[in-house]
Design a protein around this ligand. Structure first.
Ligand SMILES: [Zn+2]
Length: 440
């Protein structure tokens, strides 16, 4: 075959899910002595080291044996202003919002505070191995712009938007629909499609948005190509009861969003803990995705996520940390949490390591309508890569040493991994994070 003369081969055990393991038992592709050839920020080849080496004799080789290569993790639901309220335990959704989340969201009016929060937030994503994220911005345009700018500096793949609300929150978090439309359009003009950034129209949830505000969102979606959409759906029973009261014309919660044409590929609905069968069927038919946030669902007592019903209905699913409502930044930890809760949930699924990896990577890419660009190591995709290396003498190192299959290793990475073993993170082949003092 014809081969480029240059490029870099990363040599290490590697794992990825180029297919969907909920429907294909052989979806996991893994190589003990694996290699990725990276050239111009893209995956050029993926496979056995000996084969890749033979095909690309002129490429340089970086020997990363001792660790493991995975596609960069993808977080499909997270709120950047909530970094500093992590750990607010003992509340349910609506009281948590009022007492903890919304006062902190209001602090984003102060730009210097928002800039510092954005910087630390993005560092936290990268240091946990997350290369792409769908992020709720702030209720303020300057703070949301600060997040985009910081993401561009760091190099992460961030899809975000200003959060829109015009009722029921704190007055300082409300905008008029006219202002929301104008400021969102300006942010779209500045950031949508700039480098790795994309814009997502982001009404907080139907509870806090009037029909006029939802019409403004609909106009934005109609007037700009390739926008993504994000909001919350069916998170808690109290919220669902309020939606029925506020939108008496809607048959269910999803019907509110459907009326404004928000469902479809690239639309991500967070939580969906309490859906009807009809809502699941309609989500699946539209191509929209659900971001499952198991830590948040447990911490806020929102309920067990009906993953089996989503899978059987054909709804795209991915993982989100939610941050303030959740327990931290790790998508690996979120995978473990999904596994644990599904063990206890009524009719829960016994998730395999391959299914966890898919939810944490390719599932996220599909949710964001980026599956042609990221999510696995298929040649032609961007080289968004997570290199995990178990710390010396750690329990993870001990497990990995005697593991007799890469599937077993993968289970251990989800169980014992997370940020302690994130050694290097690359987006389009360029490092966005390297562990300090990595002496392994
Ligand atoms: Zn949320």
């Amino acid at each position: 075959m014809s081969s480029p003369k240059r490029g870099e081969i990363l040599r290490a055990p590697l794992l990825h899910t180029p297919r969907n393991p909920f429907f294909d038992a052989r979806a996991l592709e893994a190589y003990w002595d694996g290699a990725l050839l990276i050239s111009d920020g893209k995956i050029e080849a993926c496979g056995e080291y000996s084969t890749v080496r033979a095909n690309y004799p002129a490429a340089s080789v970086t020997d990363l044996r001792g660790g493991f290569l995975l596609p960069g993790l993808i977080d499909t639901h997270i709120h950047f202003p909530q970094l500093r309220i992590l750990g607010g335990l003992g509340k349910e959704l609506l009281s948590w919002l009022e007492e903890l989340a919304l006062p902190e969201e209001a602090r984003m009016a102060e730009l210097s505070y928002a800039c510092e929060t954005a910087r630390r937030f993005l560092h936290a994503l990268a240091s946990h191995g997350t290369t792409a994220a769908l992020v709720f911005g702030a209720h303020f345009a300057p703070a949301t712009a600060a997040l985009f700018e910081a993401a561009e500096r760091l190099g992460l793949r961030i899809v975000s938007g200003m959060v829109l609300s015009d009722r029921l929150l704190r007055p300082e978090l409300h905008q008029t629909p006219d202002n929301a439309y104008r400021e969102s359009a300006a942010l779209i003009g500045r950031f949508h499609g700039r480098g790795r950034l994309l814009y997502a129209v982001t009404p907080r949830f139907a509870l806090s948005t009037s029909e006029t505000m939802l019409e403004a969102c609909e106009a934005l979606m109609r007037e700009h190509k390739g926008l993504r959409f994000q909001t919350h759906l069916n998170e808690s029973r109290a919220e669902i009861a309020e939606i029925a009261r506020l939108f008496p014309w809607a048959a269910d919660y999803l019907a509110v969003y459907e009326r404004f044409h928000f469902t479809g590929p690239g639309a991500v609905f967070a939580h969906n803990v309490h859906p009807s069968e009809s809502e699941l069927d309609r989500l699946a038919a539209s191509g929209a995705a659900v971001s499952h946030c198991p830590s948040s669902n447990a911490a806020l007592g929102s309920g067990f996520f009906p993953l089996r019903r989503h899978v059987e209905a054909g709804v795209k699913c991915s993982l989100g940390t939610d941050v303030g409502g959740g327990t931290g930044f790790g998508i690996l930890k979120e995978g473990l949490q999904a596994y644990l809760l599904q063990r206890l949930a009524p009719k829960g699924l016994a998730l395999s390591p391959a299914q966890l990896l898919y939810l944490a990577t390719r599932g996220g890419a599909e949710a964001l309508d980026l599956a042609n660009e990221v999510g696995d190591f298929t040649p032609g995709k961007a080289a968004d890569i997570l290199y995990l290396r178990p710390p010396k003498d750690s329990p993870l190192a001990a497990v990995v040493e005697r593991a007799d299959s890469l599937e077993r290793v993968l289970a251990a990475l989800f169980t014992l991994g997370d940020s302690i073993c994130v050694s290097e993170v690359r987006v389009e082949g360029t490092p966005v994070y390297c562990a300090e003092g990595d002496d392994n």
